[in-house]
Design a protein around this ligand. Sequence first.
Ligand code: HPA
Length: 271
Amino acid sequence: MEAAAVLKEAIGANRPILGVVLGSGLGFWADHSLQDVKKIPYAALPDFPQSTVPGHHGCFVLGRLHGHSILCMQGRVHYYEGYTLRQVTLPVRTMIEMGIEGLVLTNAAGGIGSSLHPGDAMILRDHINFLGSNPLIGPARKGETRFPDMSEVYCRRWRAAFHALLGRSGQAEVAEGVYLATTGPSFETPAEIEAFARLGADAVGMSTVPEAILARQMQIPVFAFSCITNYAAGRSPGPLSHEEVGVTAAAAEGRLSALLEAAVMSFERRG
Ligand code: HPA
């Protein structure tokens, strides 16, 4: 049986409307914010890639938020763990097979732009795929577009609704920017960060782009934001560490929760 079939059996008639990928340090959200939670460990799903990174859990969490049925990924796998990009994107493919109509992606990222500080959030307006590969390489499945358009990966309408909701609820504005994905797992050198800045990147990280590309190929609207966990290399006084990433994300928990909730609430189902 395929992963989607096992998941469907586990969650019954509860078809999720939205998929949410919780990045480094954001896994707590599913436990803190959702009601009627049901967890399905990735280990229970056939051929499913398992996360090897500390701070990344490994399960789907189905729950409800303000009446929306949401399927969260508590933990994702990365290219640097040795998985292929097809494997990295399998969980999102599975969520799409489960019937999600929109996808929220979150990540931890290093801030390149001078106006981004640790603890800030950045909404992805666009991305630069610096992975040197693409999750769509390989045979296209029946009915799938071979050359999907990427001129609006991150849904403009969803972003506008999100900013409007923040305004209405008196929350501070969140900047938009360009996210650049590298393979990692080494952090960047200061010279690389300088080059990325010249390419137009505002933040740098090791995830999100493969999932966003797959979702666009499958014509699922995408909304994504980064938690800026550190100044990128050469823009910070000291060395970078994975621990710092976790500590900053944990300190920003309250604000990140509010933003995730706003992202869910501003999703408008299509016609
Ligand atoms: N670089 C790459 N990935 C990251 C960073 C960074 O500075 N911070 C969190 N994820």
